[in-house]
Ligand binder design. Structure first.
Ligand SMILES: C[S@@+](CC[C@H](N)C(=O)[O-])C[C@H]1O[C@@H](n2cnc3c(N)ncnc32)[C@H](O)[C@@H]1O
Length: 272
């Protein structure tokens, strides 16, 4: 029998769910991104990518570019670069500056060595075959080019995991409900160097720890609700669980003044 984790992993890499639901537009991604405005320290991730591309000229391909956070920033700060945004979802590309392409990271419509840099930011955990995709990214990268990848740690936002399990338990009438769907675990920060190290010899990791403190449940609720595309995999009535989580967060804020979430993300700068 297929385990619950294996089923969740398959759903996290399901192209139809990704393109037609989770990232059909930028709404759910924006809800998750917005939680970081309450994080201290606050990292300027696009600024870090711009910094890491200081020695790069020519073509940068942003694979899984989503709503274009990095494409927009590169257009602004590095107008000398040719930036191409690629995503599996046509809908999410609607407002991303052109040129953009709808394509699967696992089979890119670019020639060997055609990019001076490739970005794969918070997206490798969504591809079906992670090893093959990393080889594909390396194929389009010119010798000496740089791949910049990012993801989250297995320990990232564990308070949300506990909150979900407690809310789901309350809804189901059991002490602890099923764990929430987590996106990054297939390619977490702990696993990323191993995957990337199979192809890239030189990998530098920049860890980005922070503490998110909210005094209003709304951004936490929006974050949990942004997993709606995987609602039928949650093993619990999804919207009811989000509602119960909102009550729990509101109660914590009422007694402690704040709801705290520890975050840990990371950026990997890779060369062959
Ligand atoms: C979590 S979002 C990250 C967006 C952006 N890179 C960022 O960091 O803000 C993941 C993106 O990867 C895209 N994606 C998922 N699987 C993909 C694939 N196989 N090929 C191309 N894009 C993919 C999704 O549609 C989504 O826009």
């Amino acid at each position: 029998m297929t385990s619950n984790i294996a089923q969740q992993d398959a759903a996290v890499a399901d192209k139809a769910i990704l393109a037609n639901s989770a990232y059909a537009d930028g709404r759910h991604l924006a809800a998750r991104q917005s939680l970081y405005q309450w994080q201290r320290p606050r990292y300027d991730l696009p600024g870090i990518v711009v910094e890491e591309l200081a020695g790069t000229s020519g073509t940068v391909i942003d694979i899984g570019c989503g709503n274009g956070t990095y494409v927009n920033r590169l257009h602004r700060d590095r107008p000398d670069l040719q930036v191409v945004g690629v995503d599996i979802s046509a809908g999410i590309l609607a407002d991303v500056p052109k040129p953009v392409l709808v394509a699967d990271a696992q089979a890119l419509p670019f020639g060997d060595g055609s990019a001076d840099a490739v970005l794969a930011l918070h997206m490798l955990y969504h591809v079906g075959d992670i090893e093959a995709t990393i080889k594909e990214l390396a194929r389009v990268l010119r010798p000496g080019g740089v791949l910049i990848a990012s993801t989250n740690s297995d320990t990232d936002k564990q308070e949300l995991d506990r909150l979900w399990a407690r809310a789901a338990g309350d809804v189901l009438g059991v002490p602890e409900g099923p764990g929430r769907v987590t996106l990054s675990s297939r390619f977490s920060l702990e696993k990323a160097s191993g995957y990337l190290g199979a192809v890239f010899e030189d990998i530098r990791v920049r860890e980005l720890p922070g503490v998110i403190e909210v005094t209003d449940p709304a951004p936490v609720v929006a974050h949990l609700a942004s997993y709606e595309a995987w609602a039928d995999r949650s093993g619990v009535p999804f919207h009811e669980t989000v509602g119960r989580a909102a009550e729990i967060v509101a109660a914590v804020i009422a007694t402690e003044g704040v709801f705290e979430i520890n975050g840990l993300g990371g950026i990997l700068i890779c060369r062959r």
